[in-house]
Design a protein around this ligand. Structure first.
Ligand code: SAH
Length: 455
């Protein structure tokens, strides 16, 4: 982070604005709105600034800035269109120990003005520290569209409710309460100006009469890029009280989990499960029985080589409600991000997903079925067995020249695509540092990678 965003309670601060043109006017408007003390120095000022002065909202010195005396606790905004004036005043202000914001340059500023979306009490500030105002404006417009003005009502309602919650619920129950409340119909009812309905829902949640007993969400987190989560996955991730996640779920996705949710790593590094599968199945049941919203977050799709079926079998047997959210499986994610269509009218009419997991030093796969001219083969968990997979496919009749791709860390910023043929791939892989996870794609569709790669 290049800057430290803070929210300033400016009631006690004095801002000195040097300048009276468009830029200065915008700053003065912001400052007056925030209710801080403002002094403007400028030989000429805009109509708006003059009006503020006439209304007694700011003090105005209608003269050029000269040898000004700044105080240690002043916040000085230099907004003239004269670089020299700005520089001289900046030097004077800095010498006095005041905090300085020059509007004509972005380096060396002690503070800057973010773009603001004002839905008080909700205030959203957006900043690129002056690096690119165009991006700031763009993001602000997007947020403006997403957060309608009615959020003011919502904010005010929640502010009042917060006081009530503080006196009714112990601290440990407040986080879960707010998550349930935010995901109940209550906020929507306030936005729809039906506060009575919101109150009824709130009462039900407080008295435990809502139907939200514990539930388990078995959610596919996709292959790694958080942008590939489904809307539903994101919604459930944000509602979790407790999370069990494994190795394939990266930090960028874990950042989306509520800060105060309990997070448990249950491993699944190849062959050494941090927590045995049976224990995971049981933990989901135990936590849900406590009334919690339990998120079981898995890489890719939970029903593709993810043992998702086993994890929910126990839930089904104990009548605990659960939902399963599909994720983008590694095959789809890696294929798309590598520009390798898994099927293609000229190359492959079918695709087959298999796992190349090693058992007793070799892969136990139905080789004969895998050797098919117009079929793409996708092999999960196959890096260690790659050489043996290539030689078995050749031994069972697949041409040595069949193209093969190894997608390393698919969809992540570090993604690498290694290509070769069944004959050359083992040597290629042996000569490179390759890190998990990797996915192997075999078949003539791989030849399209050169033409269709887009990342
Ligand atoms: N349920 C998951 C698969 C779990 S098995 C899914 O649907 O994707 C784990 C294997 O998936 C890894 O060994 C690797 O072969 C593959 N995999 C998962 N994420 C991957 C990624 N980002 N890049 C390459 N392969 C990946």
């Amino acid at each position: 982070m290049m800057v430290l965003p803070l929210v300033l309670n400016g009631q006690q601060c004095r801002f000195v604005v040097v300048g009276g043109g468009t830029v200065a006017t915008r700053k003065v408007q912001t400052l007056v709105k925030a209710g801080v003390t403002v002094a403007v120095i400028s030989p000429q000022v805009s109509g708006e600034i003059q009006q503020f002065a006439d209304a007694g909202q700011i003090s105005l010195a209608l003269r050029p800035a000269q040898q000004e005396t700044y105080c240690f606790d002043d916040w000085v905004v230099l907004a003239t269109d004269n670089t020299e004036v700005n520089a001289t005043q900046a030097a004077l202000a800095k010498a006095a120990g005041a905090k300085v914001c020059r509007c004509d340059i972005t380096i060396d500023n002690d503070f800057s003005f973010p773009a603001v979306v004002d839905r008080s009490p909700l205030t959203i500030a957006i900043s690129t520290s002056g690096a690119t105002p165009a991006l700031t404006r763009y993001v602000r417009q997007r947020i403006e569209a997403f957060i309608p003005d009615d959020y003011r009502q919502l904010g005010q309602w929640m502010e009042t409710l917060r006081v009530r919650i503080k006196s009714t619920l112990p601290a440990s129950e407040r986080g879960p309460f707010w998550r349930r409340w935010m995901h109940s119909q209550a906020p929507e009812q306030i936005l729809a100006r039906r506060p009575d309905n919101a109150e009824r829902i709130t009462q039900a949640l407080l008295s435990g009469n809502d139907e939200s007993t514990g539930e388990v969400y078995l959610v596919g987190a996709g292959p790694g890029d958080p942008d590939l989560l489904t809307f539903r996955a994101l919604r459930l991730i944000q509602m979790a009280d407790v999370v069990f996640y494994d190795r394939l779920v990266g930090p960028r996705i874990m950042d989306l989990v509520p800060e105060d949710a309990e997070k448990h790593y249950v491993g699944k590094a190849k062959s050494q499960h941090a927590v045995p599968q049976d224990d995971i199945n049981r933990l989901l049941v135990t936590e849900a029985k406590k009334g919690k919203r339990v998120l079981r977050l898995k890489g890719g799709d939970p029903f593709i080589f993810g043992r998702g079926g086993e994890e929910i079998a126990e839930l089904a047997a104990t009548d605990i409600p659960f939902q399963v959210v599909p994720g983008i499986t590694a095959a789809s994610g890696c294929a798309a991000y590598a520009g390798i269509p898994l099927t293609h009218r000229d190359h492959a009419q079918s695709v087959r997903f298999v796992t190349g997991h090693m058992k007793d030093g070799s892969c136990d796969l139905p080789w004969q079925e895998l050797v098919h001219p117009s079929q793409t083969l996708v092999i999960y968990m196959g890096l260690t067995g790659l050489a043996s997979i290539c030689s078995q496919l050749i031994a069972h009749g697949m041409p040595e020249t069949t193209p093969i791709a190894l997608v390393e860390k698919g969809t992540l910023p570090e993604q690498m695509v290694h290509t070769g043929t069944l004959a050359t791939m083992p040597a290629i892989v042996a000569g490179r540092e390759i890190s998990a996870p990797t996915l192997t794609i075999v078949g003539s569709v791989v030849s399209l990678h050169e033409q269709l790669r887009w990342r």
